[in-house]
Every structure is written in C-alpha cells, then in structure tokens.
Design a protein around this ligand. Structure first.
Ligand SMILES: [Zn+2]
Length: 98
C-alpha cells in the first residue's frame, strides 16, 4: 500500500450526505441533537443537516411533532440526493427495520 492508497481509503466522508452533496469535508462536530459527534461537510453544516438516523430517532422517540422544540423542526437531512426537512422525511418502513 502506498500513501496515496491510504489517503483514498481513509479520507473522511460526511456522515450526513456520504459525500454526495459535493461539499468539502469540514470536520468532526457534535450533533445538535445529542452528545454524539459526526463528520460533516460544509454544505451539510450550511443546510443545518443531521444524519437521517438522528432525525428519525428524535421523531420516533420524542413524540412528533408536539414534543419537539421549534428549532428541531428547522433541521434538515440528506435524502435521495437533496436536503429535506424533518416533516418531509419518509416514515420508517418494515424494510428499514422500523
Ligand atoms: Zn455532507
């Protein structure tokens, strides 16, 4: 393995869009939804986006929409090639394990 292979294999990728948005990797940061860190790209940070699993966990566990703070409704996630709102996120299906 030469150094360029190493860089390619271990290059950090955004946990929200998996690099699909074309955003440049920005770094690790704490999620706004809990004490866990994720890798984010610049576009996902600008879109106020969180990994889809975090939004689903909040929606399924916290009591959507009445029990969520107003700012949570402003979060987005990357879904099917675009940023979408929490309200637009499709519900879990049995195929998702939900
Ligand atoms: Zn991203």
């Amino acid at each position: 393995m030469n150094p360029s292979d190493w860089d390619e294999e271990y290059a950090p990728v955004c946990d929200v869009c998996n690099g699909e948005s074309g955003g440049r990797y920005a770094g690790l940061a704490c999620s706004s939804l809990g004490s866990v860190s994720f890798a984010y790209c610049g576009r996902c940070l600008e879109a106020n986006a969180e990994p889809v699993g975090m939004l689903r966990a909040v929606r399924e566990d916290a009591g959507y929409p009445q029990n969520l703070a107003a700012w949570v409704h402003d979060l987005t996630t990357w879904w099917d090639g675009a940023y979408i709102s929490l309200a637009a996120l499709p519900p879990l299906t049995p195929a998702d394990g939900g």
